[in-house]
Write a protein that binds this ligand. Structure first.
Ligand code: S3P
Length: 179
């Protein structure tokens, strides 16, 4: 871990349907940490749903709100931070999270993602005539950003509980390592 980092939080990044919410909640329980989700923060600040923000103001407005929330998170302590799937595509967001959090990326294959999200309707980016193609394209475009994480964990064949255990283990190792 390079210097200049003070690892007191755990941030989960990764594509929609990678399991960030379930894993994040379990990890927060195990670590006795608070839990925050960037989408939930945006919704509570704006009193609007993510779908509504995308529909009315467009994606760039949503990304600006994400950047604002990331800045607010610098004051967190002992918190598991779950992030929206597109948040790491703006490099300053990851740079900022890295100053105070261990970044764990939950990875899943396009097939697994589709299996997990196909019956959900709250993600505007997947309101597409060919959502499976959209998942493959977005995932490929985002992979270089997701690879900037400190730890990359494949969730395809693991339960949320197993993944959470691994995440907690990685966090404890990193936090113990700090100067
Ligand atoms: C998005 C992912 C969503 C949410 C928004 C955009 C994305 O969060 O932030 O719909 O760009 O991948 P989840 O990853 O929690 O589904």
């Amino acid at each position: 871990m390079h210097s200049g980092r003070h690892i007191v939080n755990l941030a989960l990044i990764g594509f929609m349907g990678a399991g960030k919410t379930s894993v994040g909640r379990l990890a927060a329980e195990q670590l006795h940490f608070d839990y925050v989700d960037t989408d939930e923060l945006i919704q509570s600040h704006t009193k609007r749903s993510i779908t509504e923000i995308f529909k009315t103001d467009g994606e760039p407005a949503f990304r600006a709100l994400e950047q604002q929330v990331v800045k607010e998170l610098t004051g967190c302590q002992q918190t598991v931070i779950c992030t929206g799937g597109g948040l790491p595509t703006h490099p300053p967001n990851l740079d900022s999270l890295k100053t105070h959090a261990l970044i764990v990326c939950l990875w899943a294959s396009p097939e697994k993602i589709w299996e997990r999200v196909k019956n959900q309707s709250h993600r505007p980016l997947l309101h597409d005539p060919d959502p499976q193609k959209k998942i493959r394209e977005l995932l490929a475009a985002r992979e270089p950003f997701y690879r900037q994480a400190d730890v990359l964990l494949n969730t395809d064949i693991r339960s949320a509980r197993e993944v959470a255990q691994q995440v907690v283990h990685q966090f404890r190792v990193a936090a113990a390592d700090r100067p």
